[in-house]
Design a protein around this ligand. Structure first.
Ligand code: R1P
Ligand code: GUN
Length: 293
């Protein structure tokens, strides 16, 4: 775990340089689209898009329902780069490789979205949860993307994680949700990442519930850790696609097709919320490419 699969600074830089040689876009905002939420990338204007397999050094998408494309373009007057798909299961270092590439491209804000199962009693499938905080279970036991030698050019050895989900953006998103008429199914809560790829046993679900977890998934936390480490502002949304089964009497069970289906049904609202948020967030001048790196 410790240093075997960490990337060198040059590897991130090579990928960033290649992308900058292929597109004129210099993104301010990076958006990661979770399961069933990839349509957001299709709404970018003046697109340049690249299959992950064509980008030197880039991890491949391994999750069904994730397209595996990096899309650059304009959204509400801001320059964005959108990941249409994640590679959840190779290694935490590979999964988070794009985040440092984004930093080198000049990105200052990261928006992460995911599909998640709910544990909180009041949450329903179709609810949108603003992520207030996370529990990074793999990270707590050493599967942390910051393991290995620290690259001081990106950030400090021991970065703080309190406040890693920006409060200003969370408030702005809640205001926008009211204006869009989607406040009725907006929630805020704690996301927990588990290793997966299996869904939870009932005993695991009960444990997570007792620990105060509101929603559970298999992604996001490592991306946010790496983003916070290199000083990116972060906003996160979970789309609640299912209730996690907590009772032995319950005959329902979760499956990935159902997750994708709820994603598609609510994708329009998630898209609207993210689009308005990007339009209204304040961004510093985009003259900071390689600023602190
Ligand atoms: O987190 P995203 O990429 O939305 O995907 C979620 O959906 C998949 C399970 O259906 C898991 O990979 C889980 O993490
Ligand atoms: N671990 C986990 N990931 C999910 N992604 C979407 N739903 C779920 C779920 O119930 N559990």
């Amino acid at each position: 775990i410790l240093s075997s699969s960490a990337h060198s600074h040059d590897e991130y830089q090579k990928t960033a340089d290649w992308l900058m040689s292929q597109t004129k876009h210099r993104p301010q905002v990076a958006i990661i689209c979770g399961s069933g939420l990839g349509m957001l990338a299709d709404t970018l204007k003046c697109q340049d898009s690249f299959a992950y397999s064509d980008i030197p050094g880039f991890p491949q998408s391994t999750v069904q329902g994730h397209a595996g494309r990096l899309v650059f373009g304009e959204l509400k007057g801001k320059t964005c780069v959108c990941m249409q798909g994640r590679s959840n299961f190779p290694s935490v270092h590979q999964t988070t490789f794009p985040i440092r590439v984004f930093k080198l491209l000049g990105v200052e804000t990261l928006i992460v979205t995911n599909a998640a199962g709910s544990l909180a009693d009041g949450f329903q499938p179709g609810d949108i949860m603003i992520i207030k905080d996370h529990i990074n279970f793999p990270g707590l036991v050493g599967l942390n993307p910051l393991c290995g030698l620290n690259d001081d050019k990106f950030g400090p050895r021991f970065p703080a994680m309190s406040g890693c989900y920006d409060k200003g953006l969370r408030c702005l998103a809640a205001e926008i949700a009211k204006e869009l008429g989607v406040a009725g199914f907006l929630q805020e809560g704690v996301y927990a990442m588990v290793g997966g790829p299996n869904f939870e046993t009932i005993a695991e679900a009960r444990l997570l519930h007792r620990l105060g977890v509101d929603a559970v998934g298999m992604s996001t936390a490592p991306e946010v850790v790496v983003a916070a480490h290199c000083g990116l502002r972060v906003f996160g949304l979970s789309l609640i696609t299912n209730k996690v089964v907590k009772s032995y009497e319950d005959t329902e069970s979760v499956n990935h097709e159902g997750v994708l289906e709820v994603g598609r049904l609510r994708s329009h609202s998630v898209q609207q919320l993210v689009t308005e948020l990007v339009g209204r967030m304040e961004i510093n001048n985009n003259d900071n490419i390689n600023k602190s790196v």
